[in-house]
Design a protein around this ligand. Structure first.
Ligand code: FAD
Length: 301
């Protein structure tokens, strides 16, 4: 269970206390504030705080005194222009702070995004909970035969049952050993900072993660993409849904130019031009490698 009844009560209490403010408020984001959005079997993301809204991007771009312009269409047009031309610093004026509960192996991928601020639950100071990510049967897949970094067909029958059993058994065994080493019952008890090294990577950790909107978009582009591993992608998708409600105009531009758009190499542009002129072009006379051609054909057919 991602949250205990006490934690849910704390969240509801926090949501019940409102303060008048002169700061920019995004109605879409207010609806998410503090609430936990469940991810995987025990994880969640919840927005703890945010700064700025769509107007703050426009305001920073114009270095103006007020909040954007009076014309929403003008603001949206400017945001689209900024996104189209990689004018990134106005997007850095908005920030989001999240509380995330995630398996350690997902945290290892996530922490590679260096342009954020992180504070993680200390397993030197505290004892980790007995919570492990066990994939749902529809995610228990074999190694992909075409992508070295991906998964292919689902495991089935006795193999699927055996793998699930192994994952559960090993997690339980490691946690039992962790508790036994920590125990001070009739022994000194191993330090928490050492006992934790026996725990598997599917144990859950938690952190606060703060990032500006420009770098959040970079994170989402990489991790909400279908090439990203499912277990981090579902977190990115949950954050993307909140971001869409927070800064709808900026998110729409991001979806259009980054998630839905693509960049073309000079060679790819040349092939497209030749095709538009009616020429049949193959990989051999495209100047592209086989890998480049495969990716080109994935997008352009
Ligand atoms: C599908 C996928 C597969 C991956 N596979 C692997 C893998 O096999 N092995 C592996 O090690 N990683 C892998 N990664 C991680 C990847 O290489 C990046 O580390 C990760 O995506 C973070 O991206 P980033 O560095 O652009 O983000 P951030 O750290 O947030 O940085 C954002 C941008 O800021 C700039 N920047 C930040 N810090 C510096 C710096 N110190 N010096 C110069 N510029 C900086 C860069 O322009 C960078 O793009 C993979 C990522 C994905 C999405």
């Amino acid at each position: 269970m991602p949250l205990t009844p006490d934690q849910r009560a704390e969240i509801e209490a926090a949501r019940a206390t409102a303060q008048p403010t002169l700061r920019a408020v995004s109605p879409g984001m207010e609806a998410h504030l503090y609430r936990a959005h469940e991810v995987l079997d025990h994880g969640f993301i919840r927005v703890i705080d945010y700064m700025g809204d769509d107007s703050a991007i426009v305001q920073a771009a114009r270095v103006s005194y007020g909040a954007g312009t009076k014309h929403v269409q003008n603001d949206e047009g400017l945001i689209r222009y900024l996104m189209r031309h990689w004018h990134s610093t106005p997007f850095e004026m908005c920030e989001i702070k999240l509380h995330v509960k995630l398996p350690v192996f997902v945290a290892r991928q996530w922490i590679r995004h260096r342009t954020a601020n992180v504070n993680e639950y200390s397993a030197r100071y505290s004892i980790l909970d007995r919570e492990f990510y066990i994939p749902a049967p529809d995610q228990l897949a074999a190694q992909s035969t075409v992508n070295n970094q991906g998964r292919g067909d689902l495991l089935s029958g006795p193999e699927a049952a055996r793998v699930l059993e192994t994952l559960k058994r090993d997690a339980a065994q490691c946690y039992d050993d962790y508790e036994a080493m920590l125990s001070q019952d009739g022994q000194q008890g191993l330090a928490r900072e050492l006992a934790r090294m026996n725990l598997p990577m599917n144990i859950y950790t938690q952190w606060y993660w703060k990032v500006d909107l420009h770098n959040l978009f970079h994170f989402l582009r990489l991790r909400a993409d279908h090439h990203a591993q499912y277990e981090i992608r579902v977190y990115a998708e949950a954050i993307a849904a909140c971001t869409k409600d927070w800064v709808p105009a900026a998110y729409a531009a991001f979806e259009d130019y980054r998630m839905g758009g693509t960049t073309l190499s000079a060679k790819a542009m040349a092939v497209l031009k030749r095709r538009l002129a009616g020429e049949a072009v193959g990989q051999e006379d495209s100047g592209m490698s086989k890998g480049e051609w495969r990716e080109f054909v994935e997008v352009w057919g």
